[in-house]
Ligand binder design. Sequence first.
Ligand code: SAH
Ligand code: SF4
Ligand code: F3S
Length: 459
Amino acid sequence: MIEKEEIKIQKEYIKKVKKLNEGKNLKYYILTMGCSLNENDSEKICGMLEEMNYIKTEEPTNANIIIFNTCCIRENAEDKLFGKLGEMKKIKIDNNSIIAIGGCMTQEKHIIEKLNKSYPYVDIIFGTHTLHKLPENISKLLENNTKIEDVLDIDGKIYEDIPIKRNDAVKASVTIMNGCNNFCSYCIVPYVRGRERSRKPEDILKEIKKLAEDGYKEIMLLGQNVNSYNGGIEYNFSNLLIDINKINGIERIRFISPHPKDFTDDVIDAIAKCEKVCKVIHLPLQSGSTNVLKAMNRKYTKEQYLSLVKKMKDKIPNIAFTTDIIVGFPGETEKDFKDTLDVVKKVNFDQVFMFIYSRRVGTVADKMENQIPEEIKHERFNKLKELVEKQIEENNNKYIGTVQKILIDGTSKTNKNTLSGRTDSNKIVVIEADNKYINQIVNVKITENCIWYLKGKII
Ligand code: SAH
Ligand code: SF4
Ligand code: F3S
């Protein structure tokens, strides 16, 4: 198999660079933008760099190699990258560090042009299809000292056995499929991540069994369309959930992002019967208006979405939903927006990730003539936010007095004297307790609702 050979070649480059770097105490800095898939890719970048004798630093100023793993889902992600790149120029001059840029944004032609024209001090440009070749690219740069551009515009392949350095000791992300075939009219992902391709079930199960042996308790399955996972004839997402559910040591299974159109009955039944699958489902709505959904190419209507939610609520007791919503899609009328508010009221989401529509070059929606003025987009966004916050506050009240199983992540970000963890339904809970509970699952009685998080006591 060619992919296997390609990884073998990269392992040789890893050895070569490792030797070159021996005893030099070299450091790397990585900044990840974007979604969990990018986070997981960054864990692989870190894995390769650490095998090449680079040590992680949180400070770009003392890094010998600086990596940006980029996102282009919305315009603000681009602004962030170019701002950061400007800051790196001085560091590059002072330290002669290597600057490498990869991820979704470098898959866009206009970005490569801008990088080459305005940021000539970038040494390596790699894309989503060439991430595994980082060792080769670093090796060639060290040898020849000439700028490297390694971006492919292809459907994409699957590479196994890339070294990985995980961010967490109990929670692990596992990418099960990559790419997207849906071409929602607003979205850049299909253009930068290629077509859908699924890993083999045996490779996924082997990885998760190893994670369980290493003490991991929670698995997050990742894919742009996780529930259209295709593991071969007679093996789809429901089979995968059932098989992962059997792995000893794994206590929680989550997945993002599914597409409503792929929630077949077998997947719903598997969620219902697998006790480790968390009963909070991320179900991206995008819009509550059938007209807008059609223009978005989402392949479901308002009524179909609501009846899917009803079906799942009927089959799975205590199920909760989270979602993604875009406001201000081209042509969205007041009535369309009211439909979105209506669905939000009816479903009663546990969490809503809200986005203002952002034009993406090359997508169908970017060429639509009826773009919505910025002020209207913001007005609608604020109205939606108000409704969502009210709902979340009311929903959280239901937790008060209940006992929840909490996986403790570590000390709380805002108060180092407290611990923070997550319920099965993914709510953040802050607890005053001893550090010995970190990475454990404990029973916690919920005492207070602070809207964005809950407070509780270990019992
Ligand atoms: N594959 C996932 C989503 C990936 S992107 C899915 O289908 O749900 C994450 C979210 O970003 C999307 O759900 C959408 O709400 C938002 N998004 C994508 N493109 C956008 C755009 N052009 N403007 C604003 N938000 C966008
Ligand atoms: Fe983008 Fe739609 Fe694919 Fe999600 S399903 S990645 S929103 S095109
Ligand atoms: Fe961004 Fe790429 Fe993810 S565009 S949201 S990092 S798939």
